[in-house]
Ligand binder design. Sequence first.
Ligand SMILES: NC(=O)c1ccc[n+]([C@@H]2O[C@H](COP(=O)([O-])OP(=O)(O)OC[C@H]3O[C@@H](n4cnc5c(N)ncnc54)[C@H](OP(=O)(O)O)[C@@H]3O)[C@@H](O)[C@H]2O)c1
Length: 263
Amino acid sequence: MEGARITIIGCGNLGESILKGLIAKETIPSEQLVVTKRNPENLKHYEKHGVRVLSDNIEAIKSADLILLALKPYNVLGVLKELAPAINPDRQVVVSLATGVSIEALQKNMQNNTPIYRAMPNTAADVGASMTCIASNNTSHDALVENCFNTIGESIRVDENLMDAATVLGACGVAFALRFIRGMVQGGIQIGFDSNTASAIVNQTVKGAAELLLQGHQHPEYEIDKVTTPKGCTISGLNEMEHNGFSSALIKGIVTSFESIDS
Ligand SMILES: NC(=O)c1ccc[n+]([C@@H]2O[C@H](COP(=O)([O-])OP(=O)(O)OC[C@H]3O[C@@H](n4cnc5c(N)ncnc54)[C@H](OP(=O)(O)O)[C@@H]3O)[C@@H](O)[C@H]2O)c1
């Protein structure tokens, strides 16, 4: 992995999160990272780390082993078509991060047998804590692709037909979790804490709750049972939330989000 050269084409919000995560981990020397945008001025400060910042996509992929397409879904096929003649299928692999664009559509625009993967990371890549869902119809470059995303968090392999669902649960999921956290902080302020103290308590509490599940490998209800004393304040609060549609709102939001993906 240390020798791998990675180019991020279309380094916007998600691309920059991945870039920051890769720079911070130092597994890959920053000199091996290249990023592009049409207007790359706001990325120029990464040059002091050794990252090459370009607007020329063809130049950017010349030495790449791994080409990450972090473009908007409506841009990805057009840009890939321009890149295709410059991609060496024996030496390079393309990873598309675009929501709703199939491997079949990507392959059609390549018109050669370049290995293609789809990956759905999230913006927690920024702090090395992404969950990335990976799909491909071949396994030739699994180690390279998985190592890249494991550098910025965890990764999991899924069938391609689950990539829209992966987008909702893993990528949109960051926003869902943050809105939950915001609600907790607002509640904390109403019961007496200032905003900073409420945020400190809530952020660590939510992180701790996730760690209980990650390390304990139990269903959430197993851990909930441990804190719900009969007639106690936890079960009173939980039941009031459920009477107001807490789990139902979350499930409906996830389904609506899934149904709104245009693929
Ligand atoms: N945000 C997330 O949490 C998330 C998570 C998983 C997957 N995704 C997927 O990631 C992709 C990017 O999302 P995003 O939120 O990061 O979008 P974004 O911030 O708009 O980033 C896309 C970037 O592509 C650049 N671009 C456009 N045309 C280009 C071209 N011809 N050559 C080079 N760069 C070009 C744009 O910059 P210029 O205008 O300066 O060129 C822009 O900064 C989407 O397909 C999305 O589905 C996002």
